[in-house]
Write a protein that binds this ligand. Structure first.
Ligand code: ADP
Length: 466
């Protein structure tokens, strides 16, 4: 890049300098020609005042010629008729042709002063002539110098032009290389920083550069780095969660399967003789299969919620009816432990998926009954509070310890107390609750104290029906 900029810049510079030099040469040459004209005219005026027209002109001209050092200057005195009476270069003027037809002579007749440029046959070289009428108006005085055109001046100017061209190019080269550095250096730096991207643990660091465009590249690269890092972290986290989920799910399914296998082998081997023992074992097998079916249902529910199924059927769900259904199912289990279930829910509906709402309330109320004490109490209230739809499930059961509260929403997590009491469960219920709440952009609050009870409060934003 540096080389390319340098090449282009030098080319532009050379073109500009050449044009500039050519124009200056022409202008300076014109100026010099004008000065030459003026100088020659002045020398004519000096000659005019020096000459005594009453005396021998040839003699006076001869004397002048002896005194002037520049032998290239030629003075000529011409009569009004064009005859040469005296000349510094040619002594024998008799031989010289009449000058009447000469261009400078013609011009001088008309305008008192005349100029001409031509090849002199007499001297055999290009000359510049200036002719002017003498003060007494009886002669024309003519002066001439060797001159073969503008090229004379250009030849004179050329060495100076070449030297100045060289100096300009050298200065420009230095400046351009400094200038390109101010672009290439930051670009190299930006590239080096962007390459850090391969090493995820390193962060790109950019300085403030003198060009806004470079700062924009730097900030875009930084943003991209941020986005990609976040994306990679998210993917890694999701991968980890999925792996954990698979290993936990297989483990959870393996436990009831091992039990079922054990019970069936015992029955098959004829180890169990008593009919009522057989019945009991069959009952255990039945329970384990129900547990497995529950697990699979919960796993499927979670995976459906995680993939964020696009086709979720939504409608106005009558929450009072759903709650009634759930309580009816739980009444036998509650009765077993003399648990009283009360509820407070007007005829209210919420725009949602009915299955999801059943899962949400079902899991919370089931837990409130499951993790309760004999003679305990469960209270459910559902209603609108300002712009939120609120579901609250209270129980005065076994409660959750402070360190468990933070983890109960994790998949397969079961608090120590629940596990030790051998209360059946999959450890997925609250994880499903959390996913459903997230699906509706809501939030969950838990308040719990060991042996005093637990209150789950769910806040769901009220959406507009479509
Ligand atoms: P589980 O199938 O074990 O009930 P959940 O995900 O529904 O799984 O609950 C996770 C854990 O949270 C339970 O094992 C239990 O220890 C605790 N828990 C949930 N609800 C309550 C509650 N109302 N009272 C006390 N502990 C609870």
């Amino acid at each position: 890049m540096k080389k390319a900029i340098l090449k282009k810049f030098i080319l532009i510079l050379l073109i500009a300098l050449t044009i500039n030099s050519a124009i200056s040469c022409i202008l300076v040459s014109q100026l010099m020609l004008k000065n030459t004209k003026e100088d020659l005219l002045f020398s004519i005026q000096v000659l005019d005042s020096a000459l005594d027209y009453e005396k021998d002109l040839r003699e006076q001209i001869y004397r002048i010629q002896q005194r002037i050092s520049n032998q290239n200057i030629r003075f000529t005195v011409i009569t009004l008729e064009g005859e040469v009476c005296a000349d510094t270069t040619i002594g024998d003027t008799e031989q010289m042709v009449n000058h009447k037809e000469r261009e400078e002579f013609q011009q001088a007749i008309e305008q008192r002063i005349g100029y001409a440029r031509r090849y002199s046959e007499t001297l055999g070289m290009g000359m510049f002539y200036v002719a002017a009428l003498s003060q007494n108006e009886q002669y024309f005085l003519r002066v001439s110098v060797p001159f073969s055109g503008m090229t004379d001046y250009i030849k004179m100017l050329l060495p100076m032009v070449m030297v100045s061209l060289l100096i300009s190019v050298l200065i420009a080269l230095f400046l351009v290389s400094e200038f390109t550095k101010t672009i290439t250096r930051p670009l190299k730096e930006i590239t080096r920083e962007i390459l850090k991207f391969n090493e995820l643990e390193k962060d790109m660091e950019f300085q403030k550069y003198p060009y806004e465009e470079l700062n924009q590249i730097a900030s875009t690269a930084k943003d991209m780095e941020q986005d990609i890092k976040e994306y990679v972290n998210k993917l890694e986290l999701e991968k980890k969660i999925r792996q954990e989920f698979f290993s936990n799910a297989s483990h959870e399914l393996k436990t009831p399967l091992t039990s079922i296998r054990g019970y069936t082998e015992l029955i098959q081997n004829g180890m169990i003789q008593k009919e009522e023992m057989k019945e009991e074992f069959l009952e255990r097998i039945h329970k384990e299969t129900i547990h497995m079916a529950d697990l699979i249902d919960d796993i499927l529910m979670i995976s459906r919620l995680e993939t964020k199924e696009t086709e979720v059927m939504m409608c106005e769900v009558k929450m009072d009816e759903i709650l009634k259904e759930i309580i009816e199912i739980l009444v036998p289990a509650a009765k077993e432990n003399e648990i009283e279930i009360t509820s407070e829910c007007k005829e209210i509906s919420y725009y949602a998926n009915p299955q999801q709402m059943k899962e949400l309330i079902g899991n919370l109320v089931t837990n409130a009954v499951k993790y309760n004490k004999i003679g305990g109490r469960v209270h459910i209230s559902i209603g609108n509070v300002r712009d939120m739809f609120v579901i609250q499930v209270y129980d005065n059961g076994i409660g959750i310890s402070q360190e468990d509260v933070g983890r109960i929403f994790e998949r397969f997590y079961r608090a120590e107390k629940g596990r030790s009491k051998k209360i059946s469960g999959t450890g997925l219920g609250l994880s499903i609750v959390k996913h459903i709440v997230m699906f509706y952009d809501g939030k969950i609050e838990v308040e719990s104290k060991i042996d005093i009870g637990t209150t789950f409060t769910i806040y769901l934003p009220i959406r507009k029906t479509e």
